[in-house]
Design a protein around this ligand. Sequence first.
Ligand code: GLN
Length: 549
Amino acid sequence: MAKYVFVTGGVVSALGKGIASASIGQLLKARGLRVVLQKFDPYLNVDPGTMSPYQHGEVFVLDDGAECDLDLGHYERFTDTNLSRINNLTSGVVYETILQRERKGEYLGRTVQVIPHVTDEIKRRLQLPAELDPGIDVVVTEIGGTVGDIESLPFLEAIRQFRLESPVQDTLSVHLTLVPYIAAAGEIKTKPTQHSVRELRSIGIQPDVLICRAEAPMPEDARRKIALFCNVPAENVINAPDARSIYEVPLNFHAQGLDDLICGRLQLAAPPAELEAWRRMVGIILNPPDALRIAVVGKYVGLKDAYKSIIESFIHAGIPNRVHVELEWVDAESLEDRDVGDRRLAEVFAGCDGLLVPGGFGDRGIEGKIIAVRYARERGLPFLGICLGLQVAMIEIGRDLAGLPRANSSEFDPAAEHPVIDLMREQRDLKQMGATMRLGAWPCVLRPGTLAASCYDAPEISERHRHRYEVNNAYRERFEAAGVVFSGLSPDGRLVEMIELPDHPFFLACQFHPELKSRPNRPHPLFTRFVAAAAARLRARNGSAAAAS
Ligand code: GLN
């Protein structure tokens, strides 16, 4: 029988509920328990795949092709497990399921209602992971949104019912709140937490554990006050001050006995948490001997959540390289001005030892990205292109090396004279937007002797995709003649998955998203080698600077 932990949040959003849930999962896994994390999102979209990054941040993609909330990325990274589409549920999916049933007449003439039909469906989905895999010890379910939202009520009601129907030792409610510091008064305030818990209790859920987010740890008297007013034992009020690294959060929780508390309350017999390797890893993240800078030329540079997994992948890749990777965010459009010229480019990239062009959609900033790729190619600056980054590299090389001055992607110019990036036939007649891209894990065969093969040290790999457009095979020979090596192909040879340029310190691009599979304890080989190439360039630069002085 699996045990259930529910994580809700109150007062404000963006408290780090996802990190808190992932940290609980990490700690329970470190105690030898089998844990699965899932997220219930109250919005009505079926999945975030159709939402703008400005609305939702990054869309995280799983092996099975599910387009998910970015918190699933944190779950996978913290617990080093691969999740599936059942681990992210939206109100949209709940209603879709119910309405399909209703149209089939499965409700046998009854009125379909929020209670019991919606809540029953939520309860079914709550238990689905453990039903499909009876070996699971703990299911941690995070409820998106903030307690008090109208949208999240059916989810909280389902949890209330589920808790009532389950033995007390089988479920645990964790509530995350904010304890703000009011500078003018010079004190922290517990009232918002009291209100948030009152709200939760009015729905019928008494939290067992409170995780209090604050800038700094709370004084003991504040903790006791929260305990008293919120009806929880003082030791169940956990301090969650801002951490230097998100990977430090499980260690902070552990230091306050949170995993003991959860195991005790759920009557889980588990050995003490094995955290040595994690602690060492966090030590390196917090005290890297060196630092280097990598430019990210993108479109959503004002919104870091749009590149969450890339940011994390660089933190991971810094660990084996013993460096802290600072990211220099460059708005692609700012490079497009015709007067920018080489001098300005040299200024923009002056302190950078690598260039990354991440994924993206739409034509805004494309020419700026092409200019950036050209700069990296010509100056020997290590370059990694991801998805759109590969497509842009193909356009740049097409125009400059392969004699195709009007090379473009048909995404940006449907009438392009040389559509070196184009839609495959399967994508042409699609009318529906949601879940119709090339999504999820696809195998890729690496060409022996290439940089790609040496990074992975394996003949075949599997990586996650999310795109519609592909390299146009009609131009492959021209590119090969221009020096491009197609180092990764689909097993049938029809899809180009990776390209590289041999006469360059590191020029590699992939059609998939390696950042979706990087884990702190298993950094992604492409990021690791890219950062290593940047570190080598920095050393060479420092060496020649030292020699010159
Ligand atoms: N817009 C491009 C496509 O659809 C690239 C997508 C991406 O970078 N994820 O193919």
